[in-house]
Design a protein. Structure first.
Length: 235
């Protein structure tokens, strides 16, 4: 969506991700898109990614989508929750988001303000419906996403004086790579739980909300659920 509007885009993702292929595809289509190998847990890598974005133009928009959803019950058949696994989920989803925002805004804060409100840019973070409706086996994932939702208002307040807005989207069940490994029967079952429309969300519907957040200067410090009225059941 951003590339289609003529915005230079840096896809900051792991080297094992399809970011390079997507960047090549979009570049061949005439867009300004580059991939940058980045682990959101590493501040130095994020600093370089933000610097690469600044080479394309003023850094105005950051969308945080990195996340993992490794399941684990507090007490399961194999014993208590594996804290190393839980730590990794929280480290990527919550601390990785915090890390991304901190490194990106370090660059964004130095760009020239624009418009009558003296704005510099906007951060869009990604939580999850699980932040409020966490399911069985999602204790680490739900906690990490609740943390992202919880940091939205204080982050917006921290950055208000610099003309940077902060918003969070909390998607329900979307047809993303996180869903790709599930069987068709499971996917259909998940889709059937959504009241209206009774299907998985499409990534472009997430992008449409990002677009509106960017365009509407009064959206700040809030989490928006994007879930078709879904309230996730226990399992």
């Amino acid at each position: 969506m951003l590339a289609g509007k003529g915005v230079g885009v840096v896809l900051a993702d792991l080297s094992s991700s399809p970011a390079s292929d997507l960047a090549a595809e979009l570049t061949d289509a005439g867009h300004q898109v580059v991939a940058h190998d980045t682990d959101v847990r590493e501040a130095a890598q994020l600093e370089r990614a933000a610097g690469r974005a600044a080479e394309l133009g003023a850094l105005r928009v950051v969308v945080c989508c990195a996340g993992i959803a490794t399941p684990g019950r507090l007490l399961g058949r194999r014993g208590p929750l594996d804290l190393q696994t839980a730590h990794q989920v929280v480290e990527v989803n919550l601390l990785g988001t915090m890390n991304t925002v901190a490194e990106a805004t370090k660059v964004m804060a130095d760009v020239d303000p624009y418009g009558s409100d003296d704005q510099r840019g906007v951060i869009v973070m990604t939580a999850s419906a699980a932040a409020q409706d966490g399911q069985i086996g999602q204790v680490a994932y739900a906690a990490s996403k609740a943390g992202v939702a919880g940091m939205t208002l204080p982050a917006a307040r921290d950055l208000a004086g610099r003309g940077i807005r902060v918003m969070t989207i909390a998607p329900g069940t979307f047809d993303t790579s996180m869903m790709a490994g599930l069987g068709e029967q499971v996917r259909e079952s998940l889709a059937a739980q959504i009241p209206n429309p009774a299907r998985l969300g499409h990534p472009d519907e997430y992008a449409q909300l990002v677009e509106h957040i960017i365009a509407n200067p009064m959206l700040n410090g809030e989490t928006i659920r994007l879930d078709g009225a879904l309230r996730m059941p226990p399992r």
